[in-house]
Design a protein around this ligand. Structure first.
Ligand SMILES: NC(=O)c1ccc[n+]([C@@H]2O[C@H](COP(=O)([O-])OP(=O)(O)OC[C@H]3O[C@@H](n4cnc5c(N)ncnc54)[C@H](OP(=O)(O)O)[C@@H]3O)[C@@H](O)[C@H]2O)c1
Length: 315
């Protein structure tokens, strides 16, 4: 097919197409028998990265009217957006955005919303504001009355994924790492390719009730294990020293290693490191054919696919 031809097939709306996960989903959706429309706050930034047959519309999840046009005629809508970078009151903004999106999707007759959120135990009173907000967004989308498929993941391992890159930047640059208690927190990292496979497979689910799928790689590891495996594969020498609390000094050390643009998001992610993020409900393995890889392989793939840090940067 000529790339510039409009594709036929069910219309799919992708939000977050400029983001880490969304941008990797674009080419995969473009290979499917669907017509793809992407919503972007700055369409000009996105257009060079999509094929000519993909429609790009201007929109903002905080601007209700922009959503009506973006969702018109859409069958499946991917919600891959969070507002942690642009707002100090991200919880309120993410709430409002999800309400806008759910209501507009319902109004437009959208059949399914696919959302990627975070793992974590809802019943834990100490769940971080970030993880609590991710769960709340899923709940708001479900309440809209549109069938919602929510995937919950912990660290998505891939070059460019903020949560993975934070761990990596820190490990690359600090020969002696003072690490707080969360070094022992269990988590279940997942390779980005496996997340994308789940997101794509959600297109083919038969119509039904809203569902939550917890997804993760084959290993439950601690953040310490994750760092140690990265160290092993990069042939680094690092000393990890566990300290009881995350002092402002340690916090600033971490945050000084990420760019200012991502520091705000990083701050929220760090708060979540104290919460276990593991798969307790394994239903996703029964429902989908996706067979996620383990942490070692996920890291190997991430390093192979785009190691932006030169060897000289590491000591
Ligand atoms: N990366 C991970 O490790 C990880 C792990 C578990 C779950 N998740 C979940 O996966 C989803 C996607 O995460 P990500 O890592 O891909 O995020 P990301 O790279 O930070 O991208 C966020 C996206 O949201 C868009 N956005 C922000 N505010 C918006 C607004 N007001 N209106 C429209 N779009 C807006 C951004 O567009 P602009 O270009 O306009 O800023 C960007 O495309 C999130 O729900 C996240 O919680 C990610």
């Amino acid at each position: 097919m000529d790339e510039t031809e409009n594709k036929t097939g069910p219309l799919v709306l992708l939000t977050g197409a400029t983001g880490y996960v969304g941008s990797r989903l674009v080419p995969l959706l473009e290979q499917r028998e669907v017509a793809l429309r992407c919503l972007a706050r700055s369409p000009d930034k996105l257009r060079p990265n999509v094929s000519a047959s993909t429609e790009v519309v201007q929109g903002d999840v905080l601007d209700k009217t922009s959503l009506d046009a973006a969702l018109a005629g859409v069958e499946t809508a991917y919600y891959l957006v969070h507002l942690m970078a642009s707002s100090t009151d991200f919880e309120e903004n993410d709430r409002e955005a999800a309400e806008n999106f759910g209501a507009a999707a319902k109004q437009a007759g959208v059949k399914r919303i696919v959302y990627l959120g975070g793992l974590g135990d809802d019943t834990d009173p100490k769940l971080s504001p970030h993880l609590r907000s991710r769960h709340e967004v899923g709940e708001i989308l479900r309440i809209s009355g549109v069938e919602t498929i929510e995937f919950r993941a912990s660290v998505v391992v891939g070059a460019g994924s903020l949560s993975f890159d934070m761990i990596r930047s820190l490990t690359d640059r600090l020969p002696v790492m003072l690490c707080p208690r969360w070094l022992a927190t269990p988590t279940q990292p997942i390779a980005v390719d496996d997340v994308l496979a789940y997101l794509l497979a959600a297109l083919d689910l038969p119509p039904g009730e809203s569902r939550i799928f917890e997804i993760g790689g084959t290993d439950i590891v601690t953040y310490g294990d994750l760092i140690r495996e990265y160290v092993r594969q990069q042939e680094l020498h690092r000393l990890l020293i566990s300290v009881p609390v995350l002092t402002p000094y340690l916090s600033s050390l971490w945050l000084g290693l990420v760019t200012p643009a991502t520091a705000e998001v990083g701050r929220h992610l760090i708060e979540g490191l104290k919460n276990p993020t593991i798969v307790r409900d394994k239903t996703a393995l029964d429902v989908f054919d996706v067979r996620p890889v383990g942490t070692g392989e996920a890291i190997r793939r991430a390093l192979k696919s785009g190691d932006s840090h030169s060897k000289a940067e590491r000591t």
